[in-house]
Design a protein around this ligand. Structure first.
Ligand SMILES: Cc1cc2nc3c(=O)[nH]c(=O)nc-3n(C[C@H](O)[C@H](O)[C@H](O)COP(=O)(O)OP(=O)(O)OC[C@H]3O[C@@H](n4cnc5c(N)ncnc54)[C@H](O)[C@@H]3O)c2cc1C
Length: 513
């Protein structure tokens, strides 16, 4: 098989993972990435002597008991020498003189909430019991949900049976509905302040369960460190990476891809192609939309059923080593209202990066504010982006507003914040081709099911997809497993092709006949 050449388009986590599994299966692999570095959305960069970690707030699968752990080890993301930081808390709410924590120690959190809001005792116990049950949630690691037969699907579901009870209780609730179950204003604020209010309540519950169940962690070196370890594994297995190489077209003949064309006019022949770019890029020019999987199409078309979120970021460096009054990790604080994009906000979410001393030594701590945006905001930023002067002025206005809000809340930070960077949802589109600037894939709305699209491409025998976008809610676990499934798909397609040739049933292209 060694001579069979697989071309991968896109060097994010999905593309690198697909490459590693293809190399392990004995294929020649060349990965083409349009940017100067691989990693895609999982990246970070230096500014003014400080480091901005764009991605990993938490990596699911950092527990040896979790199937995902094996995959992260197989692709080189974590190993015995990589320290894993466990945040003590999912996030904190600081509201006036009341502070609430979603502690990773769930009983500690339960006690704190019950003491703060005894009037909500029954509802709080229901919530924390549900978080405990949601620790059973697993990401499929052997096979994509889209490829499981009925028995495999049932077996997989049985492993998460406890989650069924959570879905029965909260399956019809959004985050806003969940918040409205509580009488205490601070608890309500806590529930609705971190995720988009239209997210399903189960998304909040299962995300918190990643912390309480011990599967969430942050590998040393953050996003950039993890990507560089994965890229090293890819290269050590014999893979070749071509950066600054933007694919523009997958050339097909009958039901097979023959070659890939690039923006510089070059072209490479291939036996297989894995499209690991955002599917909005893949089906926005690389391939004709008629090849799109039905479930993927459904998510794009049912706009009120499947939505996307993006963020506007402001990053600051903290001057000096003195205390700044903000706890490590993510804290949400109600504040005087301000506008970003088309939305008004009455709280600010700050994240203090101080846990990884190699990236954020005491005198190089970083504070980031991620401000949630939606499709309407994306369109707003898109229009503004074309007028660079206004775009830059608006980003500066927001940075100044956020500086004022943060220093108002944490006076210890007065005159100690250095603005490092601001970036909008359009930045993600320009940089990675992210659909509507989104940082995760579609999230299903109340009344809509979670969907998974197939890795295989309808009507093309040697082209497969790998991307976080193949399943609702996305994230790094979906990206890395989709890469593994894509490689399995290539192997299956290859075997099928050999069989067809042997049996004389080959309906391939003219070249083979
Ligand atoms: C701010 C932020 C925070 C996040 N936090 C977390 C978190 O805490 N935990 C978590 O699990 N997930 C998190 N995510 C999500 C996570 O980053 C993504 O799920 C994951 O990185 C997606 O990987 P991917 O390979 O599917 O796509 P991408 O990262 O988008 O990779 C696609 C790659 O294809 C390249 N490309 C595009 N077009 C072409 C072309 N024509 N030719 C060649 N190359 C091309 C792009 O440049 C990119 O490198 C976060 C994302 C963001 C933005």
């Amino acid at each position: 098989m060694k001579h069979k050449k697989t071309v991968i388009i896109g060097g994010g986590i999905a593309g690198l993972s697909a490459g590693i599994y293809c190399l392990k299966n004995g294929y020649d692999v060349v990965l083409y990435e349009k940017n100067a570095a691989v990693g895609g959305e999982c990246t970070g960069w230096d500014r003014r002597g400080y480091h901005i970690d764009n991605c990993i707030h938490w990596l699911t699968g950092c527990n040896p008991a979790d199937d995902l752990y094996k995959i992260w080890r197989e692709v080189g993301a974590i190993d015995d020498d990589v320290a894993l930081y466990r945040e003590p808390c999912f996030y904190t709410l600081e509201s006036g003189d009341q502070t609430l924590h979603f502690w990773s120690d769930i009983e500690k959190a339960r006690r704190e909430f019950l003491a703060a809001a005894p009037e909500d005792e029954a509802e709080l116990n229901r919530f924390f019991d549900s978080v405990k049950m949601a620790e059973a949630v697993r990401v499929p690691c052997e096979k994509s949900l889209a490829d499981m037969n009925f028995i495999e699907y049932m077996r997989f579901g049985m492993r998460m049976a406890e989650m069924g009870k959570v879905i029965r209780e909260y399956g019809n609730d959004t985050v806003a509905d969940l918040a409205d179950r509580f009488r205490n204003g601070c608890v309500r604020e806590m529930m609705r302040s971190y995720f988009n209010e239209s997210y399903k309540a189960t998304a909040l519950i299962s995300s918190y369960a990643f912390y309480t169940g011990g599967t969430a962690g942050i590998p040393a070196g953050g996003s950039v460190g993890m990507v560089s370890r994965i890229a090293d594994r890819f290269r050590k297995l014999g893979g070749k990476i071509c950066t600054n190489t933007c694919a523009v077209k997958i050339n097909t003949y009958k039901n097979r891809a023959k070659s890939v064309s690039f923006a510089d006019g070059s072209q490479v022949e291939c036996d297989f192609v894995i499209c690991a770019a955002d599917p909005a890029v893949t089906f926005g020019g690389l391939l004709d939309q008629r090849y799109m999987d039905r479930n993927l199409r459904k998510m794009y078309e049912a706009k009120s059923g499947y939505r996307v979120s993006s963020t506007f970021h402001v990053s600051f460096g903290v001057v000096g080593e003195e205390d700044c009054g903000i706890e490590s990790g993510s804290t949400v604080c109600p504040c005087k209202s301000y506008t970003v994009g088309t939305h008004k906000f009455e709280s600010v979410a700050v994240r203090m990066y101080d846990y990884d001393k190699t990236l954020f030594p005491r005198d190089r701590r970083v504070i980031q504010c991620n401000i949630l945006q939606d499709v309407a905001d994306y369109e707003y930023w898109r229009a503004l982006y074309d007028d660079k002067k206004r775009y830059r002025a608006e980003k500066q206005r927001i940075a100044e507003t956020i500086t004022a809000r943060i220093t108002g809340l944490f006076p210890e930070l007065a005159n100690r914040l250095i603005l490092l960077d601001t970036y909008s949802p359009v930045t993600f589109t320009e940089w990675c081709g992210a659909y509507k600037g989104a940082y995760m894939s579609f999230y299903e709305q109340k009344g809509y099911k979670s969907l998974t699209a197939k890795n295989s491409v309808r009507g093309l025998k040697n082209v497969v997809l790998a991307s976080q976008w193949l399943t609702t809610n996305g994230g790094l676990p979906i990206a890395v497993t989709s890469g593994k499934f894509a490689a399995a798909c290539i192997r299956a397609a290859d075997k099928g092709h050999i069989m067809e040739k042997k049996t004389g049933l080959c309906k391939g292209d003219g070249n083979e006949r």
